[in-house]
Design a protein around this ligand. Structure first.
Ligand SMILES: [Zn+2]
Length: 214
């Protein structure tokens, strides 16, 4: 952590845009590797919003982190995305919304939908550092646990947190320490600590970190 992680290579046509969502970028998100992280520490250009989300959902690799950012964007912009699900552009333009009340919505609604859609769909670009490709070993965001396939680790976390009424943030933190290979273990830790006070949870995380650094 003493040395600054290198910035990933940025193709010419992707200059100054966020690696997560394709919006203009004005910051960099640093991903420091852990023992099990399948890639070196690195930095990616990003927008302010994605940076904030990424910091909270590091999970176990930059690729998992990206899926989590997408999931969060989908959650945050659910209403904007719903515009495209419920309307076509033409319908919206021809709708009989009272102009005085809904005029603004008619004008900006479709645009908000398009922006949110494009951000969620933006797939970033393959990671390389100083011209050397960082192999993702065919990484796929898919995650399967207990015989069920999830589109991402985040989706599995959401599902289990809901099913067992677990502290989602705590479960996520445990997984980012122990790795997604130990998903079952992470769930057990979250279950055991279901009624633990925040201080105790912090201690548990510290202990796990120590264990994993050895
Ligand atoms: Zn972004």
């Amino acid at each position: 952590m003493s040395e600054l992680a290198p910035l990933i290579d940025v193709p010419f046509n992707h200059r100054n845009i966020c690696w997560f969502c394709g919006e203009p970028s004005n910051m960099q998100f640093c991903y420091d590797k852990d023992a099990y992280t399948p890639h070196p520490s690195l930095m990616v250009p990003c927008c302010e919003e994605c940076c904030k989300i990424a910091k909270q959902h590091r999970l176990t690799s930059i690729w998992d982190c990206k899926m989590a950012v997408k999931d969060e964007l989908m959650r945050i912009y659910e209403k904007h995305l719903a515009i495209g699900v419920n309307w076509t552009k033409q319908e919206l333009e021809e709708s009989e919304f009272e102009d005085r009340i809904f005029g603004g919505f008619k004008k900006s609604g479709w645009m908000m939908y398009e922006i949110a859609r494009d951000r969620v769909n933006f797939s970033g670009w393959p990671i390389s550092i100083n011209g050397i490709v960082v192999d993702d070993y065919g990484y796929s965001a898919d995650f399967s646990f207990d015989g069920v396939n999830y589109s991402s680790v985040t989706q599995a976390i959401n599902f289990y947190a809901k099913q067992f009424v677990l502290d989602k943030r705590f479960l996520e933190n445990v997984i980012s320490i122990v790795g997604r290979e130990r998903f079952g273990f992470a769930i057990r830790v979250a279950q055991i600590n279901i009624a633990s006070v925040p201080e105790l949870k912090r201690e548990v995380l510290e202990d796990l970190k120590e264990e994993h650094q050895q």
